[in-house]
Structures are given as C-alpha cells and as structure tokens.
Design a protein around this ligand. Structure first.
Ligand code: ZN
Length: 321
C-alpha cells in the first residue's frame, strides 16, 4: 500500500479528520468580482474589512446555507468533527451565531460542530465589546484576534480569559500571523495563560512568526508553552502563501513549526481555516490536502503523529473529549 493511502486509512480508522479551525460562516463567498477588483490580493488587514459588505448584508438564512454547505462538503471529504469560528460583532450582529446554532443541531448525527466567537472588531471598543459580552456564553469556545485591538493586545487577551473562566470555556486565539520576527504573540499568550491559571485550556492558532525567530527564542517559547499547557492549531495552505519580503530572518517555511513542537510533547491539531472566500479563494477544505502540505512543508514523516494531529489531538483541542 502506498504511504499516502496508508495515512488516509489510519485517519479513517481513528474516527476521521477533525478540522480544528475554520470559518464556515463565510465559506463559498468568493465571487468573480473579487478577482476583477483584485480584492483576493489585498493584505490580511484589508481583508478583515473587505468581508464587512457580505457580513452586513447576509441574513441568518444565508449564513445558515454557507455553514451547511461547508459541513456537507466536509462530511464528503471524511471530516467528522470541526470547530468553526463564527462572526459575532456590530457588522454581522448575531445572525451568523443563530444560524450556526441551528446548523449544529441539524447536523449533529453526522457532524460534531463546535463554534467559537470570531472577534473581528476586537473586544475592547464599546460596540464590539457589547456584542462580545452579551453573546459569548452561546459559544463552545472563546475565540480571539488580539491584532484587532492593536496596541492593547494584553487587555484583549485578559478579556477573553476572564470570560472563559466565568463560563468554563476553552480559549482559541489567532496569534503570530504575519511571519515576521517582530511578532511575539505566542509568547504573550503562553504568559497570559499562566497568569490567569488557564493551563491546558488555551490554544494558539497559527503561530507562523514563531518559526521566523532564532532557535534560542523558539526553545524558550516551547518551554513556556509546555508550562502553560498551550496547544496549537496549524492551517497549512492558509499561510504557506506568505509574501516575499526583504527582511532577513531564519530560513523557514511559513508554517507552524510542528517539526519542533511535536517532539517537545506539545499537542498540535490541524485546520483548514478559510474555505473558498476572499482570503483563500482556491482552498476547498480538503483535510488530506492540508495534511499533505503540513508534512511536506515541515519534512515531518512520523505517520502515527500525523494521524494524531489529524484526528485525536483535534478532538481534544476543540473540547470533544
Ligand atoms: Zn481563523
């Protein structure tokens, strides 16, 4: 049997793929006009605002259809469970949340859906804070994006942790997304996890920039992550496309450094991130493609560990166990 087929078989035998990070509410929203206007080539920060048009116009029904279509296709591709971030802010209001709660129930026999709040307007500005504070308890997991409260990242994480402690939830935070040496958000998240006594309940999503730092710093962050019981989710195709820059850094691929995290004993799961939207118009949510990208980009060939990343670690990290 070919190695790739064996990997596929072992994943199936282990309960199927778990997609530990996605945004199902905006799946399949790319349009031809996104290419004509070149929006697909905009910087990440611009894309955070470009989705506002869809978000402000989408009804609960439309959100429900996008989420359902994503789940339907995930099942066809052998995915049995997943965590989707769901927009809940002054733009989408609670329409995506209501749709997600319905979809979660409607699909429960075939797909275990967990949801986390996507705080695309931050959690500190008064209006965004109100939406977060009012609705956070409806989500399985508290999600965060500290960069949306730039300059006040620590406060952003404090707000997430306080809410999670109040509701007994896990926390998943988008960190170190820009693949640059100036970012140290994974370190901040590990420190904040320990400060709040949230050990073993916090997950770093992406941590791409970690790989750009020198070995001594990376090792320090790995030690800190072990102390904090921090877990990681890697989304290979979502970040492997980082743009060339003239900034010099350690040679690496733009991917979560799982080749170093896993041998340290740090839990890692895998996610698709965006599916066919303005961020990633060609990503179809096929977790086998994601797994293949992961093993190739990191030269990581431990088949048992790859199966854990694709299945059991995901279940653990999204709170299914
Ligand atoms: Zn995300």
């Amino acid at each position: 049997m070919q190695t790739l087929d064996r990997l596929k078989m072992l994943v199936e035998r282990n309960g199927g793929f778990v997609n530990a990070h996605a945004h199902f509410d905006r799946a399949y929203t790319t349009q031809t006009s996104d290419f004509e206007s070149n929006h697909v080539n905009a910087h990440l920060f611009e894309k955070w605002e470009l989705v506002n048009k869809f978000k402000s116009q989408a009804s609960e029904e439309r959100y429900y259809n996008h989420i359902s279509e994503a789940i339907y296709n995930q099942i066809k591709m052998g995915v049995t469970a997943g965590l989707s971030f769901i927009d809940c802010d002054p733009i989408s209001e609670d329409r995506a949340l209501k749709a997600a709660l319905r979809a979660k129930k409607d699909w429960q026999d075939k797909f275990q859906l967990k949801i986390a709040c996507q705080t695309l307007q931050g959690v500190l500005k008064p209006e965004a804070s109100a939406w977060f504070q009012t609705n956070a308890h409806h989500f399985d997991i508290i999600g965060g994006l500290p960069k949306k409260d730039a300059g006040r990242e620590e406060e952003h994480i404090d707000v997430l942790m306080e809410m999670a402690k109040k509701n007994n939830q896990r926390v998943h935070v988008h960190v170190d997304q820009l693949n640059c040496i100036s970012e140290k958000e994974t370190e901040l998240l590990a420190r904040k996890t320990m400060e709040h006594g949230m050990e073993n309940r916090v997950t770093a999503i992406h941590s791409i920039s970690l790989a750009a730092h020198p070995k001594s710093y990376r090792e320090e962050v790995y030690k800190m992550s072990l102390d904090a019981g921090l877990s990681f989710v890697t989304c290979p195709t979502a970040w492997i496309d980082h743009r060339r820059t003239e900034t010099l850094s350690v040679t690496h691929n733009a991917i979560t450094p799982i080749d170093e995290l896993v041998p340290c004993g740090i839990p890692v799961a895998i996610g698709s991130d965006n599916i066919c939207d303005v961020y990633k118009p060609f990503s179809n949510g096929d977790m086998m493609i994601e797994l293949r990208f992961l093993l190739e980009a990191t030269h990581f060939y431990d088949i048992d560990k790859l199966v854990e990343i694709a299945t059991t670690n995901g279940r653990q990290i999204i709170g299914l166990n």
